[in-house]
Design a protein around this ligand. Structure first.
Ligand code: ATP
Length: 321
C-alpha cells in the first residue's frame, strides 16, 4: 500500500506537486493519470525517496522508502528505463542489483524469463531498443518480488504486443494481491488496465475514484434519438431546446442529445406526436471524462486547447514525454 499525506514539491519557487493526499490499495491496478507536466513523475520519485518532499510525507507498506531495510523486496519501480549502465549486459545489470539485496541467480533468471528478455540477456544494454529497455526496467522492478510495484509510463515506446504484455502483467500482479501503481497520460491505455484512477492536473488531484465512478460522474451522458423522419427530428429539436441542452443532428432523423434525461425526451416526443424508433442512453467514454476533468489543467497549450486534448485522447501525445 502507498499512502501520501499533504505531499508538496516545489522546484525553484514553482510548485510541481501541491498538497496531495491519496492511498493506493493492494489487489488493484491504480492508474496515475494526468497531462504532461502534471506532477506524476515527481510524485513517483518522492514515493521512491529519490526526491525529498518540500512538505508532507509518503509511505510504502507503512514506512518511508528510505526506512525499509531491504527496499527492493518492498517496492519495485520503473522510473527511468534509460538509467542503466549501457556497457553491461542485461543479465549483469540485474545480477548487480540483485547482489545488493542478497537475491540469488535463480530469481534473476526468473525475471529475465518473465519479461521475455531470454534471447538478449547477454547483450549490451546500450544496444537495446526502447521496448527492450522498458522490459529490462520492469525486470529490475520485479527482482525483489515486491509487494508494491510502481511503473512510470511503462508502455511508452512499446509495440502493441508489448503494451498487451504490460497490461496482462499489471493485472496478474494485482490479482496476486500486490499494489500496482502505473502512470500514463493516455486514458485509452489506462481504461483497459486500471481498476482505479487517480487523476492529477497541475500538481493537484482532480479525481480519485474507480473507473466506473469517473465514467458515471464526469462524462457527458448523451442519448441517441432516432425519429422516423427529418421532419420529426426538427420538431423534436425545437421541443427539447433549452438551457443546458445540447442537440447534435447526426444524420436525417438521428439526434444526439445531452443535458436532458431519456424519459423527458420521450415525453416531449409524445406531446409533439413525433414517432421515436430508438432512444439509447450512450455512456460517455473514459476519454471524454478525462478530457472533461483535465480541460483546465494542462500545463502547456498552444492556442487551440481542443487539439491537445484530441492528441491525448488519440495517444499521439506519447512522443511528447
Ligand atoms: N528536477 C526538476 N527541476 C525543476 N522542475 C522540475 C523538475 N522535475 C519536474 N519539474 C517540473 O515539475 C512539473 C511536474 O513535472 P513531472 O515530470 O512530475 O510531470 P509528469 O506528470 O510526470 O509529466 P510527463 O507526463 O510529461 O512526464 C513540471 O512543470 C516540470 O517541469
Amino acid at each position: 500500500m502507498i499512502e501520501a499525506q499533504g505531499l508538496v514539491k516545489v522546484y525553484g519557487g514553482k510548485p510541481a506537486v501541491q498538497d496531495i493526499s491519496f492511498t493506493v490499495q493492494p489487489g488493484k491496478v491504480t492508474g496515475f493519470l494526468g497531462p504532461n507536466g502534471a506532477g506524476k513523475s515527481t510524485t513517483m520519485r518522492m514515493i521512491m525517496g529519490l526526491d525529498a518532499p518540500t512538505a508532507g510525507r509518503v509511505t510504502v507498506n507503512g514506512l518511508p522508502y528510505a526506512r525499509h531495510k531491504a527496499p527492493l523486496r518492498q517496492v519495485g519501480a520503473l522510473l527511468d528505463a534509460k538509467a542503466v549502465h549501457t556497457s553491461r549486459s542485461a543479465y549483469h545489470h540485474l545480477r548487480a542489483m540483485a547482489a545488493t539485496h542478497g537475491i540469488g541467480r535463480k530469481r534473476v533468471h526468473d525475471v529475465i524469463e518473465l519479461t521475455g528478455l531470454g534471447a538478449v540477456a547477454n547483450k549490451r544494454v546500450g544496444g537495446f531498443s526502447l521496448g527492450m529497455g522498458q522490459r529490462l526496467g520492469i525486470a529490475a522492478a520485479l527482482l525483489g518480488d515486491p509487494q508494491t510495484v510502481i511503473l512510470d509510463e511503462p508502455v511508452n515506446g512499446l509495440d502493441p504486443e508489448g503494451v498487451l504484455w504490460v497490461r496482462t502483467l499489471a493485472r496478474s500482479l494485482a490479482a496476486e494481491g500486490r499494489t500496482v501503481f502505473l502512470s500514463s497520460h493516455l486514458m485509452s491505455e489506462m481504461s483497459q488496465t486500471a481498476d482505479h484512477l487517480i487523476v492529477i492536473g497541475r500538481g493537484r488531484i482532480i479525481a480519485d475514484a474507480s473507473v466506473q465512478e469517473i465514467l458515471d460522474g464526469r462524462g457527458r451522458a448523451r442519448t441517441r434519438v432516432r425519429t422516423d423522419s427529418a421532419e420529426g427530428a426538427n420538431l423534436l429539436t425545437g421541443a427539447l431546446a433549452g438551457p443546458g441542452v445540447t442537440i447534435e443532428a447526426r444524420e436525417a432523423g438521428l439526434l444526439e442529445v445531452s443535458g436532458i434525461e431519456p424519459r423527458a425526451i420521450a415525453q416531449a416526443a409524445l406531446e409533439h406526436r413525433v414517432l421515436v424508433c430508438e432512444l439509447t442512453p450512450l455512456q460517455a467514454s473514459l476519454e471524454e471524462a478525462y478530457l472533461d476533468l483535465t480541460r483546465d489543467e494542462v500545463e502547456y497549450h498552444s492556442g487551440d486547447l481542443s487539439g491537445i486534448h484530441d492528441d491525448i485522447a488519440a495517444g499521439t501525445a506519447a512522443a511528447g514525454k
